[in-house]
Design a protein around this ligand. Sequence first.
Ligand code: GLU
Length: 301
Amino acid sequence: MAAATPSHYKREKYRGRLAPSPTGLLHAGHARTFHTAWQRARNARGALVMRMEDLDPDRSRAEYAEAALDDLHWLGLDWDEGPDIGGPFAPYAQSQRYAIYRAAMEQLVAGGFVYPCRCSRKDLAAAISAPHEDANQDPDDEPVYPGTCRPALHATDSWASTWADQATTANWRFRVPDGEAIEFTDSNLGPQRYIAGVDFGDFVVWRRDDVPSYQLACVADDAAMHITEVVRGADLLKSTARQILLNRALGHYNPAWFHCALMTDESGKRLAKRNDALSLRTLRERGFTPAQVLQANHALQ
Ligand code: GLU
């Protein structure tokens, strides 16, 4: 079982993180999750890291990164390390941490955990951003890969020269152990179980345009920044299963996991950045106070 690895971080000081993607304005749902992350770090008298997940050069905007910091400050949150204040694990913007992701990728290549895939680009957008699932289906999540380019097992031994030659001409996928149950206990939602190859398939870790995927960058950073607990939305539960496999392949311990229930709109759909009416910016402009936004959140749970 993949998830059995205990967290050695439990013996360390609590370190949490806020990890906004600057691809749009933060909304009331983000406020709830980030507030929970902040509260848990402060209750544990731990450290909170602000990590700007501006990995995708096509979708990230500096003005959204600035707005995220400003809106979260407005909400009353603070952090101990981040792109605006520095810290021992700088830089805190993913766009500046390419070398770390590259090193992690080389480890995966050397270990035979990944293979090049020449299938169409249609999965790419899904692979690079954190796949937030909708309530019933999960159109934003990376579809289960049918295995078209998956080589025979023995062929995965060494892709080192292929990586060197083809790093930027193929997408690279992590080969999941088909049929293995990935189990973990979520500190909020309890026991979780996902079957590799069924609930999720071989997922992209490196894009052919030479950009690491969200999954790879996230585990590389959580390990490098000594994160002891990951607090995020429940739409990322399946990503946690993927990340547990990546942590195992990279020799990282797992942090503890705390997934927050998602906030939904009147029609039962989860809030997304497109729900502009509930952006923190709009709520601020309409005169809501931080306390009201957080209270409204809790009332809407
Ligand atoms: N940047 C990701 C997002 O906005 C963070 C996901 C995570 O917390 O790992 O969804």
